[in-house]
Design a protein around this ligand. Structure first.
Ligand SMILES: [Zn+2]
Length: 470
């Protein structure tokens, strides 16, 4: 990929408030179209917006957590556009004085630290949702509109074009979602609520790719767009400055229109909302409510609990998993808890593409698993098999252990198995004695097999070496 790749993201995350940004309509609940609406979020003439203080507080916290400057006074603006998803023909957003400016996010990718500058953070309302029936935008028979989403509070994060690859962009979004989750202003279990527009240039003009949802699709859309631009250049053609739409079914981007400038939106101050004063005592109080953030937590786990950087990173990337770790680390062997949570637990969550709070796991169940390993009732490998089961179904770990016939093979029984394996594999023993280390792995494998996976491979290896070297 080209050295000159520059990617900037404009990402919307939904703020976790009970009511909408400018009215009292609930943000969740009844899903029937147009069931959570009122004259304000329907944009009726004369209906006035009332600002949701919780949403503003969440916005300020985000700005502070991203190291942004926050203004003493801020206001909202009208962004004019004509489309049925916003019947009042403008969106209330922030333009000249946003809630945050000039911050940064530091993330880690392949062991290297990378800082992405944040240009601005602002709060705005979501438009409604349109559904084209019987065809695409231009060929559909008619359009349905649902205003339940209209007025849902969003926080938009705009980066400088500091991202250099699709992988970096994905890692950045993951980091952003983690920070929002720690601030408890965002529900990370629904990746579908993260939407980004990306500005991509590979040396020439930049194209904007609109409406990409989630982490994976961002990486895919960017990969496609970079390849498209590089192919154009190879054929001696220029990349045009334009807006493109990402189509997730084909994984491609399509031209929508030549890019509009900010001036095309004709921003004016929103006259129905007064300016909002961010007093220093208010800001201070909100600052105090900001918890230890993922990168701080990670450092502390390495320093205080002696976890490796990788283990700490795996645990801290899920807020509820980190909470579980901290509780169990107080009662049990920290290293063992760290091993189990960053290893099998994280693996199972990733495999099922769920967060800890969406799984059937909880502190009590994992405490039992840790206790069984601690008391040599099961091996760490057994623990992993049990966690696979109890993560997706509400089951008792002890019952799963019994069902699967797990029970750690130790002492005389293990020695007996070692003896059997040594006798039955004379060739491999000879090979090992002649310096072939892989022969030992083969023998350990035989012991594991004979014990039905219930031996600890480390114990088996140790005993085996003692027995062979006798
Ligand atoms: Zn409403």
């Amino acid at each position: 990929m080209s050295e000159e790749i520059k990617i900037g993201l404009e990402t919307h995350l939904q703020l976790l408030t009970d009511s909408k940004l400018f009215c009292g309509c609930p943000t969740t609940g009844e899903d029937n179209p147009n069931s959570r609406v009122c004259p304000t979020c329907l944009g009726m003439p004369g209906a006035r917006p009332r600002l949701n203080k919780r949403a503003v507080e969440m916005g300020i916290k985000v700005a502070l957590a991203l190291g942004c400057e926050t203004p003493e006074e801020m206001n909202f603006s009208r962004k004019t556009y004509f489309y049925p998803d916003m019947p009042k023909n403008f969106q209330i957003t922030q333009f000249s004085v946003p809630v945050g400016k000039n911050g940064e996010v530091t993330m880690e990718l392949d062991g290297k630290e990378k800082t992405v500058r944040i240009k601005r953070v602002h709060i705005e309302e979501d438009p409604g949702k349109t559904k084209h029936v019987g065809g695409a935008v231009t060929s559909s028979d008619y359009v349905l509109v649902d205003y339940n989403r209209s007025g849902i509070p969003l926080c938009e994060i705009v980066t400088e074009p500091d991202l250099k690859s699709p992988e970096e962009a994905r890692a950045f979004l993951r980091k952003l979602a983690d920070i929002f989750e720690y601030l408890e202003v965002y529900d990370s279990s629904d990746e579908g609520t993260i939407r980004s527009d990306a500005n991509v240039s590979t040396g020439g003009e930049r194209a904007e790719v609109k409406n990409i949802t989630g982490f994976k699709d961002t990486e895919k859309a960017l990969r496609y767009e970079i390849r498209r631009q590089e192919n154009l250049k190879k054929r001696g053609r220029e990349v045009e400055r334009e807006t493109r739409a990402y189509d997730d079914s084909s994984g491609t981007t399509k031209s929508l229109r030549t890019k509009e400038e900010e001036a095309d939106y004709g921003y004016i101050f929103e006259p129905d909302l007064t300016k909002i004063e961010i007093r220093s005592d208010w800001k201070e109080r909100l600052g105090e409510e900001i918890p230890e953030l993922p990168h701080e937590k990670k450092k502390r786990y390495v320093k205080e609990h002696g976890l490796s950087k990788e283990m700490a990173a795996a645990i801290c990337s899920d807020f509820d998993l980190a909470k579980c770790f901290e509780a169990l680390a107080k009662e049990k062997d920290t290293k063992l808890v760290g091993n189990i949570l960053s290893g099998p637990v994280k693996k199972v969550l990733n495999y099922n593409e769920i967060r800890f709070k969406e799984s059937e796991l909880n502190r009590e169940k994992l405490r039992k698993v840790v206790e069984m390993v601690e008391s040599d009732e099961i091996t760490e490998r057994n623990a992993e098999m049990i966690i696979r089961d109890i993560a997706v179904e509400d089951k008792d770990p002890e019952k799963v252990k019994e069902e699967k016939g797990f029970g750690k093979v130790t002492g005389d029984k293990l020695e007996g198995t070692v003896e059997e394996v040594v006798k039955a594999n004379k060739e491999a023993v000879k090979d090992y004695k002649q310096g072939k280390d892989e022969a030992l792995n083969h023998l350990v494998g035989q012991i594991m097999k004979k014990s039905g996976g219930n031996a600890d491979p480390q114990d088996a290896r140790k005993l085996l070496m003692e027995r062979i070297e006798e």
